[in-house]
Ligand binder design. Structure first.
Ligand SMILES: *[C@@H]1O[C@H](CO)[C@@H](O)[C@H](O)[C@H]1NC(C)=O
Ligand SMILES: *[C@@H]1O[C@H](CO)[C@@H](O)[C@H](O)[C@H]1NC(C)=O
Ligand SMILES: *[C@@H]1O[C@H](CO)[C@@H](O)[C@H](O)[C@H]1NC(C)=O
Ligand SMILES: *[C@@H]1O[C@H](CO)[C@@H](O)[C@H](O)[C@H]1NC(C)=O
Ligand SMILES: *[C@@H]1O[C@H](CO)[C@@H](O)[C@H](O)[C@H]1NC(C)=O
Length: 261
C-alpha cells in the first residue's frame, strides 16, 4: 500500500508556513481537555460536490481567511464511516475548518475485509496514487478556491498516510523509503506498537530514515499496545484505546498549532 506519491510540488500547493514562534502552551493547544472529540452521535458537517467529488466540510468556514484549514484524508472506510466524519468534526471544533474529500467515489472498503465479494488487494490497487493524488489536489483546490483557505495542513489516517508532506499522519502503512527520505516539511507521525501494517522493524527503519534524511522538523510518537487504526476507530469503552486516540488527536492539533500557523 503506497499512496500519494506527491512530494515537494504538492507541498508548495499546500503551503504550510513554518514560522518559528514563542512557546505558550495554553494558547497553542485549544483542545487539551479533548472536549473537541465526540465519539457518539451524528456527525455535524455537510457535504457539497466539487469537481464531481463529494466534499465533507465541517467547522467554522469564516476561520479560513485568517487561520489554517485542514485537509482530512480518511482511512479506507471513507465518508460512510461516522468515525471519520466525527474525527473531522473534532478538527473543526478545535478551530480548523476541515474538509474530507470522498476518496473512494462513494464505494469505500466494507468494514469487514471478508465481506462477500470484497477483494482488498483489488480495492487498494484501484485506489493507488494515480487515483488518489488528483482527489487530494481537488480537496486542496476546494479549500483554497471555494472556502478561501490561505493555509492548509493535512491530517492523514492510514490511507492518506503516504502523503509524504503530511503535517500529521496516524498509522501510515505504505510509505516507501523514497517517500520518507524526501520529507521536507514538518511531519508528525502517530504509530501503534502493534500495528500489523507497520511492524517494529519497518517503524524503526522509518525513524532512521527520518533522522538521516528529513530536512524539516519531525516527530514519531509510539503508542504502546495500540493497533492499526487506533487514531480513528478506537474502542472508546476501553480506557487505554480511548486515551491513545485522544492523545493522537492532541498530537495532531499541537503540531498544526505550532508548525502550520
Ligand atoms: C464531471 O463528470 C462529468 C461526467 O463524467 C465530466 O464530463 C466532467 O468533465 C467532470 N468534471 C470534472 C471537473 O471532473
Ligand atoms: C460567518 O460569517 C457570516 C458573515 O459575517 C455570519 O453571518 C455567520 O454567522 C458566521 N458564521 C459563524 C459560524 O461564525
Ligand atoms: C483479488 O484481486 C487480485 C488483484 O486484482 C487478484 O490477483 C486476485 O486473484 C483476487 N482474489 C480473488 C480471491 O478474487
Ligand atoms: C537520504 O539522503 C541521502 C543523502 O542525501 C541520499 O543519498 C539517499 O538517497 C536518501 N535516502 C532515501 C531513502 O531517500
Ligand atoms: C470494547 O472495550 C470494552 C471494555 O474493555 C470491552 O468490554 C468490549 O468487549 C470491547 N468491544 C469490542 C468490540 O472489542
Amino acid at each position: 500500500m503506497h499512496y500519494f506519491s506527491l512530494a515537494v510540488p504538492f507541498w508548495v500547493l499546500v503551503g504550510i508556513a513554518t514560522a518559528s514562534k514563542s512557546y505558550k502552551a495554553t494558547e497553542q493547544c485549544p483542545v487539551a481537555d479533548v472536549s473537541a472529540l465526540v465519539n457518539t452521535g451524528d456527525p455535524v458537517g455537510k457535504t457539497e460536490v466539487f469537481e464531481n467529488v463529494t466534499m465533507y466540510y465541517t467547522g467554522n468556514e469564516n476561520s479560513t481567511a485568517t487561520g489554517t484549514a485542514v485537509l482530512f484524508l480518511t482511512d479506507i472506510y471513507g465518508l460512510t464511516s461516522p468515525e471519520n466524519k466525527r474525527l473531522a468534526d473534532a478538527f473543526g471544533r478545535a478551530g480548523y475548518f476541515t474538509v474530507a474529500p470522498d476518496l473512494f467515489d462513494g464505494a469505500p472498503s466494507p468494514l469487514h475485509m471478508n465481506a462477500p465479494g470484497f477483494n482488498q488487494t483489488r480495492f487498494l490497487e484501484a485506489h493507488g496514487p494515480d487515483v488518489a493524488d488528483p482527489l487530494v489536489a481537488k480537496g486542496v483546490r476546494y479549500l483554497r478556491d471555494v472556502c478561501g483557505a490561505r493555509r492548509v495542513a493535512v491530517a492523514g489516517y492510514c490511507y492518506g498516510g503516504g502523503l509524504v508532506d503530511a503535517a500529521f499522519a496516524a498509522h501510515p502503512s505504505g510509505w516507501t523509503d523514497e517517500e520518507i527520505g524526501a520529507i521536507a516539511r514538518p511531519a508528525s507521525v502517530a504509530q501503534g506498537q502493534n500495528d500489523e501494517l507497520n511492524p517494529a522493524a519497518k517503524r524503526r527503519r522509518m525513524e532512521d530514515l527520518l533522522a538521516s534524511n528529513a530536512t524539516g522538523p519531525w516527530q514519531v510518537d509510539l503508542y504502546g499496545g495500540a493497533m492499526h487504526g487506533f487514531g480513528v476507530r478506537a474502542n472508546v469503552s476501553d480506557p487505554q484505546q480511548r486515551f491513545a486516540m485522544e492523545t493522537a488527536f492532541i498530537q495532531a492539533v499541537r503540531w498544526f498549532e505550532f508548525w502550520a500557523k
